[in-house]
Design a protein around this ligand. Structure first.
Ligand code: KIV
Length: 268
């Protein structure tokens, strides 16, 4: 049995109360989930960004609920301490509260996830209430909502105009009242994110939302420098994995071709 104390909704709430920042990353498989868990990441999100990072799609829309379940099962096998959160993908929660409830229930029943996440505000309140009442922790997601990319017409920051900023504040309050335990704030002005964070009792986790949130999340492939042509301002690259993988694979190919791999020590 594991000795690691699992991160729960309560842990995150206490972290906010003590002013301890929450470190979150995405992961889509056991090997990365395990590394990030060992590194002390508190929340691991099996994001619908799996569509971009793993499946090679341009948007997050194509990923299915079955695929999220598959990836969440893989991640949870590698994770002992972090809370694993599974994203509800496009069209798994928008049709009706019944549908959303059933699909969130499938995630909780078929994987070892500790929570689900869904994009949107007021339109989801009934779903959030029903999930919470049934014991399913819900993480909200406001600001830039990648599932609505065709409606927005691009990935520009949200909440720059007063009307939209007010809506984000109101949605955040409404999600909290409906029972959400945490809210992701994506690509909104830092001042607005700080305002939302200080008006809520539940934690916020920002991505491109400045330092005033209770925690931060990045897509792991961006943070490790695996994505070659994606350099948004909000990503800090902590490594250059793409370059290192290219060099390593190139060296391996050269060694195979000139016969220096495998050598005697690498043979039976
Ligand atoms: O799918 C995802 O990776 C996300 C994060 C950007 C928060 O929703």
């Amino acid at each position: 049995m594991s000795q690691a104390k699992r991160v729960t909704t309560r842990t995150l709430q206490e972290m906010k109360e003590k002013g301890e920042r929450i470190a979150a990353l995405t992961a889509y498989d056991a090997i990365m989930g395990n590394l990030f868990d060992r590194a002390g990441i508190d929340v691991i999100l099996v994001g619908d960004s799996v569509a971009n990072v793993v499946q090679g799609h341009e948007t997050t829309l194509p990923v299915t609920l079955d695929e999220i379940i598959y990836h969440t099962k893989a991640v949870t096998r590698g994770v002992e301490r972090a809370m694993v959160v599974a994203d509800l993908p496009f069209m798994s929660f928008q049709i009706s509260a019944d549908d959303a409830f059933r699909n969130a229930g499938r995630i909780m029943k078929e994987t070892l996830a500790g929570a689900v996440k869904l994009e949107g505000g007021k339109e989801n309140l009934e779903s959030v209430r029903r999930m919470t009442a049934a014991g399913i922790p819900v993480m909200g997601h406001l600001g830039l909502q990648p599932q609505s990319i065709h409606l927005y017409g691009g990935y520009r920051p949200r909440g720059k105009e007063e009307e939209e900023a007010d809506m984000i504040v109101a949605d955040a309050m409404a999600l909290q009242e409906a029972g959400a335990f945490c809210i992701v704030l994506e690509k909104i002005p830092a001042d607005l994110a700080s305002q939302v964070t200080s008006s809520l009792t539940i934690p916020t986790i920002g991505i491109g939302a400045g330092a005033g949130c209770d925690g931060q999340i990045l897509v792991y492939a961006d943070m490790l420098g695996l994505t070659i042509d994606f350099h948004p301002r909000f990503v800090r690259r902590y490594d250059s994995f793409a370059e290192r993988a290219l060099n390593a694979a190139g060296q391996y190919a050269a060694d195979v071709k000139d016969g220096t791999f495998p050598n005697e020590d690498e043979s039976y």
